[in-house]
Structures are given as C-alpha cells and as structure tokens.
Ligand binder design. Structure first.
Ligand SMILES: *Cc1c(COP(=O)(O)O)cnc(C)c1O
Length: 358
C-alpha cells in the first residue's frame, strides 16, 4: 500500500467544538460540515459530533442527504437554500432548515405544498454582496413569509466578509445593518462564523456557525490555531520512498529549479499535488521527519516531492514524513503558498485514505 494517509483526530474536533461553545455561552451552534467536513469526512465527523452538536450546516441538499443518514434527529441547515423548486419537497421530507436568499427562492417555497413546514433563515446581504436580500426587500419578504403554511420558524441570518481581520470597518457596518433588522420579529438569529465566534461576542446571536475552527485551523492571518487554543485535527503523513546522494551542481526535480549548493542527500516523499499537497509550495517549505524540519527541494510533482536530508543524516527509506499536522501547522504551509488552511484541507483528494483516531 502506498504510504500516505490523512489521520483525523476526532477527539480534537470534539475539543474544538466544545471550545466554540465556550466562546458563546448559552448559544446554539451549527457545526459547519460542508465540503465533506472541510475534507475530513462528513459522515465520520457528524457521527462523532451528533451527541453534542446542536445542528449541522451544509452547502446543498446533496450534502444534507448524506449526513441525514448519520444524524437522524439533528437540525441541518442549507446555507444557500434550494437551487430548484423540487428541492423544497425533499428538504421538508428530510426535516431541513433552509436559507432563503432571494425572491426566487421565496416564490418557489410559497408555491409548494409541503408535508410539513420548514424552518426558514432569511438571509440579509449586510455587506458581503454574495448572497442575500437588501434590508428593504428582506422586510417585504418577512411580511410575505410570516404566518404562511410553508414556514415554521422564521429566522435571520447573515455572513461576515472581513471578520478575520480584527477591527475591520466593514464588520462594524455589517453588525449595524444586521441590528437594524431586529425590529422585525424573528424566532432565531445567526451571524458568527469562526472568526466572529472567537473575537466578536456581540455577533454571537442565538446560533453560531463555526467551521474552520472545528478542524483546528485558524481563520486569522495574524493569530495561530495554537494561540487560539485549537487542537490540530488532520495529520497528513507520507514516507520516504527513496534516498540518494546528489553531487554539488546537480539539480532536483521538474524544471531543474533546485540546484545542490553542496553535496546533498535528497529524499523522495510519497505525496504530491494529486493528493492535495500544493504545487505552489516553494523550495524551503518545511516537512517534519524524526521531529526535525527539513526543506522541500525543487518542484512538487503529481505523486511525489523531494526534500533535502543533508542535515538529517539518520533519515532513511521508510521513515514517516509529516506534511502537515501538530508539528507542521497547516496554516504555516498555507501562508507559504499564498493560500489559507481552508483550501488545503478541502483539496485533499479522494485517493488519500482517511484514518480516524480518538
Ligand atoms: C462556510 C460558512 C461558515 C463557516 O465559516 P468558517 O470561517 O469556516 O467558520 C459560516 N457561515 C456560512 C454562511 C458559511 O458559508
């Protein structure tokens, strides 16, 4: 078997969920498990959290179908609502909560004959300008939906654009626009993603929506997961599958971009960009072998990458290589590649087996 595995520590997810709840005492939480639980395996994560989580949030009906099997009784919120009229019937059968982010979705809902009413989350576009109603249209939609037979709870939801940048002026504005709608009657309100859960208590409302923090990565550029008290969840571990001596002046890998400045010992690792390791990782990026950091040497290939073992003479074929995890924070790798932990986690590909512990 190819030596590459993504180990997922379920007890760390539980710890991080509990931490989100402690940040917002007395509030409920939708654990955000869209995109296969940010690459960690939605079924396993939901099965592990179902006893303690108040609910789950996903991007679409297909994702909800999948996790409903693992959490028969939990609240499950469709963050983008339904994409076609027929989905409302299925949403009602599955007992989902649905966002309504535009007039079209509201019209579809009001034209439905449903077996039971749905909890509806009216989405306010408070400033991100991605989804949601402007304030005045939301007021009109509220009046149309209030008391209609298709609607059980009528709730308010919105989403921050810049909560990960502390003190950003747009966040203040979004909070004000949200608060201005609270003169309407809502059963429940929700606004906070992970960044707001961690730093904006005034945004917690009735339901928080932590995503990335559950998976032990930081939403902030300036504040590490460790500083936040989050525990890393995924460890991506490969192995050295070849080791060779490379004379000074010889190059390593595609494009011959890395050239040995000294007689070097080069290791080949069983992980590449087709596994989700970013091809944009520059030479010098760290991986960890025998608890010691060693640098990438040359370009990442599809199935392999090379590391410079010259300063780790005891390294040998078969040794484990941590690409990210507790010793090599995923956020550090992401930063080196000009991206964010979210992207790296969601891009671990299907050929990497997930192994669950804890
Ligand atoms: C993905 C998502 C979240 C979770 O965001 P994190 O930054 O991962 O905590 C919350 N709300 C909405 C609407 C989302 O799309």
């Amino acid at each position: 078997m190819r030596p590459l595995v993504a180990t997922v520590d379920l007890s760390a997810i539980r710890h991080n969920y509990t931490m989100a709840k402690r940040c917002a005492p007395g509030r409920h939480a939708f654990a955000v498990v869209k995109a296969n639980a940010y690459g960690h395996g939605a079924r396993e994560v939901v099965t592990h959290l179902r006893e303690i989580a108040d609910g789950f949030a996903v991007a679409c009906l297909e994702e909800a179908e999948d996790i409903r099997l693992s959490a028969p009784d939990a609240r499950i919120l469709l963050l983008e609502g339904c994409f076609e009229p027929a989905e409302y019937l299925r949403a009602a059968e599955l007992g989902l909560d649905v966002a309504i982010q535009d007039q079209r979705q509201a019209d579809w809902l009001l034209a439905c004959d449903l077996p039971r009413p749905l909890n509806v989350w009216l989405k306010l576009d408070s400033g991100m300008h991605r989804l949601g109603f402007a304030a005045e249209s939301l007021r009109q939609c509220h009046a149309r939906l209030k008391g209609s037979v298709q609607v059980a709870e009528l709730n308010l939801i919105s989403h921050f654009a810049c909560a990960d940048e502390r003190g950003h002026s747009l966040t203040e504005l979004q909070l004000e626009r949200y608060a201005a709608l609270l003169t309407l009657e809502f059963d429940n309100c929700s606004l906070a993603n992970s960044a707001a859960v961690l730093t904006l208590p005034q945004a917690h409302m009735a339901w928080i929506r932590p995503g990335i923090m559950l998976y032990g990565a930081t939403p902030f550029a300036e504040l590490s997961a460790q500083e936040l008290g989050l525990r890393p969840v995924m460890t991506l571990t490969g192995a050295l599958i070849a080791v060779r001596d490379v004379p000074q002046g010889e190059s390593v890998g595609y494009g011959a971009s890395w050239v040995a400045q000294r007689a070097s010992r080069i290791g080949t690792v069983s992980c590449g960009y087709a596994d989700g390791y970013p091809r944009t990782a520059p030479s010098g990026t760290s991986v960890v072998i025998h608890r010691q950091r060693v640098p990438l040497a040359g370009r990442v290939s599809m199935d392999m990458l090379a590391v410079d073992l010259t300063d780790l003479p005891q390294a040998q074929v078969g040794d484990a290589v941590e690409l990210w995890g507790a010793q090599m924070p995923i956020d550090e790798l992401a930063q080196a590649c000009g991206t964010i932990g979210y992207e790296l986690l969601t891009k671990v590909t299907g050929r990497v087996p997930r192994h669950y512990v804890g």
